[in-house]
Design a protein around this ligand. Sequence first.
Ligand SMILES: Cc1cc2nc3c(=O)[nH]c(=O)nc-3n(C[C@H](O)[C@H](O)[C@H](O)COP(=O)(O)OP(=O)(O)OC[C@H]3O[C@@H](n4cnc5c(N)ncnc54)[C@H](O)[C@@H]3O)c2cc1C
Length: 404
Amino acid sequence: MLQTTTKRSIPSSGLSLRFLTTRQISSRPVDFAFTPEQDAFRAEARAWLDANVPREPLPSFDTREGFESHRAWERTMADARWSVINWPSEYGGRDADLMRWLIFEEEYWASGAPGRVNQNGIFLLGPVLLEYGTAEQKQRFLPSIARSDEIWCQGWSEPNSGSDLASLASRGVRNGDDWVLTGQKTWCSRGAFAEWMFGIFRTEPGSERHRGLTYILIPLDAPGVTVRPITQLDGAAGFAEVFLDEVRVPVANTLGEPGQGWTIAMSTTGFERGVVLRSPGRFMATARRLVELYRSRGPDVPASLRDAVTRAWIDADAYRLHTFMDVSRFLAGGEMGAETSLNKIFWSEMDLRMHRTALELLGGEPDPRWLDGFYFSLAGPIYAGTNEIQRNIVAERVLGLPRS
Ligand SMILES: Cc1cc2nc3c(=O)[nH]c(=O)nc-3n(C[C@H](O)[C@H](O)[C@H](O)COP(=O)(O)OP(=O)(O)OC[C@H]3O[C@@H](n4cnc5c(N)ncnc54)[C@H](O)[C@@H]3O)c2cc1C
């Protein structure tokens, strides 16, 4: 894992992992310690979460009631400036680096805090708004995302364009100062209740594949938008398909330049698959609960299940350390490239294994939390790009294998 290249002492952010040459690994220990500032930050986050996390779990955010109670929780976090800690302070953040963000996430999930109802806005749109947005767009959208006054859904997939997203057909036609949008988006998480959607549209007539696409921000109450909820396996209907019938959206709602949609979308995808959507803290919390469940089952648990619990813990910790290494490298000026596909395969398959193990330990005993988690873990190998596609990416771009 640490057979990376150059000797670099990582600067003031106090990064825990240092990059060593293979020769140095044998002669020098890796420093896993956090800095005193990072420890103090962790203590501050933990104290706030201890005092504020709702005692009872909120209803599912895929229901209207749960959606609104999660929005209220987001506002509580925003009031204390915990909702978007790695954003600039002028938009409600704390200017935290990614290392602090990982620490916060560990504390967040360990505390049993609710899921993030505006994760699309906060984790996917926010970073690209900061990178590609105009000053007006940042001022207009970022504070309302930070407070979840406006909750966003992601409008990329279409009925005939999922894995092959570049084949998308929804189009935008320029008319004066507006785009006129027509088409259908599907599988929009929390789209049934969201106020806004970010989507990609074909705006250059006759363009093909990833060329001629534009990234557009769409209010879901605009005339011509129809949101149709989709009922999920667990019975809730937060998912939606979104139909657009000559919907007029100001050209000022274009993120980046017309035609730049694919580039921006792919930079969102990197964040999504990489560390940001599923940070290790989430899986460490699941692994911890799994160990507790195992302990509660008494001495007669079969050895195979004991081994599965042990593996879950080791996997979650390995993902944690790997992510700290990735982030260390990123903060030291490195890039997150196609390797993020490896992360996505790893966390989604690990999550599924952990939930299967929990259900086996329960042996048919009803436990809504584990069951809901299991249902959701089934989707992990599909969303954010299926694992088959991720394996193709790893084969071609990480390992350099031929396309066929
Ligand atoms: C829980 C969940 C939430 C989601 N949220 C959103 C959202 O908010 N916004 C949004 O836009 N989308 C969302 N999606 C959609 C998701 O991105 C797509 O389901 C995914 O990209 C796959 O597309 P598809 O469903 O059209 O399947 P297809 O692309 O039709 O794939 C079907 C099967 O064929 C395999 N396959 C396809 N092409 C290849 C290939 N070249 N090589 C090998 N195997 C291949 C796939 O791996 C898959 O197993 C969500 C999906 C889920 C499950």
